[in-house]
Design a protein around this ligand. Structure first.
Ligand code: PLP
Length: 367
């Protein structure tokens, strides 16, 4: 039996993957990860059966953390951690570590994920929702709002995966800034050092599901009075080099491969140009179409998740079927909003966007 059947990898049906998450990763990453499942670096061991305290895994973790530091251009005040639990765990771990019961944190409510973060924060202290776009089904990013200076921190969701909106510029505040960057991490330049805490579930733009990236400024920690469970205290993870307990080894490894790929692409600045190009092409095609319509306010449109609808709703199912017949995967809108969502993350090639636009045009011609 030939376990390493390269045909499985190289000659599979070609699918253009626009899924919102878990999402497309670079093909070379899948290939390398597959090889390592069978034989990691000629050790005779699968990456899945190696001890996490071994030199081999230690160096994977170190390289993954170092690549994050390098790609984000982080200063020494910031620590990089890979933690379990998905971004949803950070919804509670952040306030647990940063917010005392009698204190208030400011939150921007820009979508389902923000709302979930708000709900969890309320378990630990007071929450001041300083702005919201809920009344218009989250189709824009609020502009004129004030963040009280005595708030403990201000939390934003940089990219709203479900509604296809994105903060194009980060609001200037004098208090610690916390961001859920799950769906636009490593996709565009930001002044990452200006954030006190950044978190991101890996499965949108960085790796497979099962791990979270946390970038935290050390001096904001250790200020809450409550007793923290060992595993929830960021300081313990920092002390142990992100190896407090068994890390999600495979997920961290695949993140490392993706970050290596990103470095080969010349980093965030270079991928941002490609991402801008992909987004521009796709929005333009939608704007020029008589059949489709983008849902987010123009200036706030996400460059990662392009949300749109079909004006004649009776054609919705038909378009989904047509897309599927043409090997386009994952464009159904989130179950809470309907319509369509084309996620165009880092690993999605420009050619897939061009192809998708052709498929849309073809459909429009016939309807
Ligand atoms: C997907 C997503 C989450 C939830 O991530 P999990 O890893 O499933 O907990 C949170 N925030 C944003 C912005 C997301 O896109």
């Amino acid at each position: 039996m030939n376990l390493v059947n390269d045909d499985v990898i190289t000659e599979k049906k070609f699918v253009h993957n626009f899924n919102g998450g878990p999402s497309i990763l670079p093909k070379t990453v899948f290939e390398q990860a597959s090889r390592s499942v069978l034989n990691y670096n000629n050790t005779g061991l699968s990456i899945l059966e190696m001890g996490h305290r071994t030199k081999d895994f230690q160096s994977i973790m170190e390289e993954a953390r170092a690549l994050v530091r390098e790609l984000m251009n982080l200063d020494d005040e910031h620590e990089v951690l890979f933690l379990h639990g998905g971004a949803s765990t950070q919804f509670m771990q952040v306030p647990m570590n940063l917010l005392n019961e009698n204190e208030t944190a400011a939150y921007a409510d820009t979508g389902v994920w923000s709302a979930k973060a708000i709900k969890e924060a309320k378990l630990f202290g007071n929450v001041d929702v300083v702005c919201t776009s809920k009344e218009s089904n989250y189709n824009f990013i609020p502009k004129n709002f004030a963040v009280p200076n005595d708030s403990k921190y201000f939390h934003i969701t940089t990219n709203n995966t479900i509604y296809g909106t994105q903060w194009q510029s980060i609001p200037a505040v004098s208090i610690p800034l916390v961001a859920d960057m799950s769906s636009d991490i490593f996709s565009r330049q930001r002044d990452f050092n200006s954030f006190a805490l950044i978190y991101a579930g890996a499965q949108k733009n960085m790796g497979p599901a099962g791990v979270n990236l946390v970038v935290v400024k050390k001096n904001i920690l250790g200020k809450v009075k409550r007793a923290l469970p060992t595993i929830m205290d960021y300081r313990n993870h920092i002390k142990e080099g992100s190896m407090l307990n068994t890390p999600p080894v495979f997920a961290v490894y695949v993140c490392m491969l993706t970050l290596q790929w990103l470095k080969q692409q010349e980093g965030i600045e270079a991928i941002e140009k490609v991402n801008n190009q992909k987004a521009e092409m796709l929005y333009q095609a939608i704007d020029n179409s008589a059949l489709f319509k983008a849902t987010a306010v123009k200036e706030d449109r996400s460059k990662m998740n392009v949300c749109f609808i079909i004006k004649d709703i009776s054609l919705e199912k038909k378009f989904l079927n047509f897309a599927e017949q043409n090997n386009i995967y994952g464009i159904k809108g989130h179950r809470t909003v309907g319509g369509f969502r084309a996620s165009i993350y880092n690993a999605l090639p420009v050619s897939s966007v061009e192809y998708f636009i052709d498929v849309m045009k073809e459909f429009e011609k016939n309807h």
